[in-house]
Design a binder for this molecule. Structure first.
Ligand code: SF4
Length: 351
């Protein structure tokens, strides 16, 4: 793409840019903290989902120093529902590094940004471009689509990534690089959509090779997805007579690290019998196995949880084991409960 094309993309952006909660108004300098926070939240998550979380975070922790000073459990519970919880932990660690080692200021270039926890190649480029107007090439899924179509790159993803990255980097203008990065993202999100791209409205249509060849909708090509395995387990919802439910904290490292959960049996692939899994209950009780299954999909596997429910004896202690605690239903929102556990509790309470 020549400078002419970059200026067409920018002119289009000036007229059609999306209004997003984290986006600075035209002509205003963005706050790097806000750019960083939104980019971390948007990894693997949609713009629509992130909106409320973003507002809550900014209201509660308006600066990187405020976020750095927050207890990790508060950050995890505010993040609960966004998924990929390692990101929340990295978010908090990164805030502390920026506050304590960089005087509260984010580095301005990609190398400095990539040295921070939780910031990979894409995020570093996006922050460098959007927050600091550096001519960095930020290739997210939307941009990947635009570039693969513009150059009719037929090699499937992920093998095509290096070529897409190289092509994209060659297009970045020296001026208004931040607006250009956001313009390509917006173009992919609103015009060069996965299905039915609106080529009639596209500012770079005359340069687009996929459009000319009539293959736009088939790109980017992808290798067939590998089947995910399914793991199964039995979740134990133990309720006190006042309605409080027993929760425990997961280990800090690994899947859903440091989040709260109801106790459950191990999650295993292969044959599963809820009756046998009762042997893994946290306490002996009159467990009732409920009808229905709670399903959830993680990055690498599907999970199917059967739910067992029981009422605790009246004289149960405040904690049944280290790391466990009782939580009343009206205080659940304060806990770092991942979506799958919210589904389990809702399932147990609806019957
Ligand atoms: Fe996408 Fe169509 Fe524009 Fe090509 S012309 S970049 S396919 S919207």
């Amino acid at each position: 793409m020549t400078t002419t094309h970059a200026s067409r993309v920018l002119a289009w952006y000036d007229r059609h840019r999306r209004t997003l909660p984290w986006r600075a108004p035209a002509g205003e300098r963005p706050d790097p903290y806000i750019v960083w926070l939104s980019e971390i939240m948007l990894q693997q998550t949609t713009v629509a989902t992130v909106g409320d979380y973003f507002h809550r975070f900014i209201a509660r922790w308006p600066t990187v120093e405020a976020l750095a000073a927050a207890p990790i459990d508060d950050v995890l519970s505010a993040w609960a529902g966004l998924g990929y919880y390692a990101r929340a932990r990295n978010l908090h660690t990164c805030a502390r590094v920026v506050a304590e080692q960089h005087g509260g200021r984010f580095p301005e270039d990609e190398t400095g940004l990539r040295a921070l926890p939780g910031i990979g190649r894409y995020t570093a480029a996006a922050i460098a471009a959007i927050a600091f107007d550096r001519p960095a090439s930020a290739v997210d899924g939307n941009v990947e689509r635009v570039i693969s179509r513009l150059f009719a790159i037929e090699m499937p993803l992920p093998d095509a990534k290096p070529e897409i990255a190289e092509r994209a980097a060659g297009l970045v203008p020296q001026k208004r690089a931040g607006d250009y990065a956001q313009a390509l993202m917006d173009l992919g999100a609103t015009v060069c959509t996965p299905r039915n791209p609106r080529c009639m409205l596209c500012p770079i249509a005359d340069a687009c090779r996929a459009r000319k060849r009539g293959i736009a909708e088939q790109l980017p090509a992808r290798l067939p997805k590998q089947q995910k395995p399914t793991r199964r387990g039995l979740a134990f919802v133990l309720a006190r007579r006042d309605g409080a439910i027993l929760l425990r904290k997961r280990p800090a490292k690994g899947l859903l690290g440091g989040m709260d959960e109801v106790p459950s049996s191990a999650w295993r692939e292969g044959t599963f019998a809820a009756d046998s899994a009762l042997a893994e209950a946290p306490v002996p009780a009159r467990w009732q196995i409920l009808d229905g299954i709670v399903r959830h999909t993680f990055t690498h596997f599907h999970l199917e949880l059967t739910v067992a429910r029981a009422t605790a004896a009246t004289d149960v202690p405040a904690a049944l084991a280290p790391g466990t605690a009782w939580c009343t239903v009206d205080r659940m929102t304060e806990r770092a409960l991942p979506t799958v556990m919210r589904k389990v509790i809702a399932h147990a309470l609806k019957e």
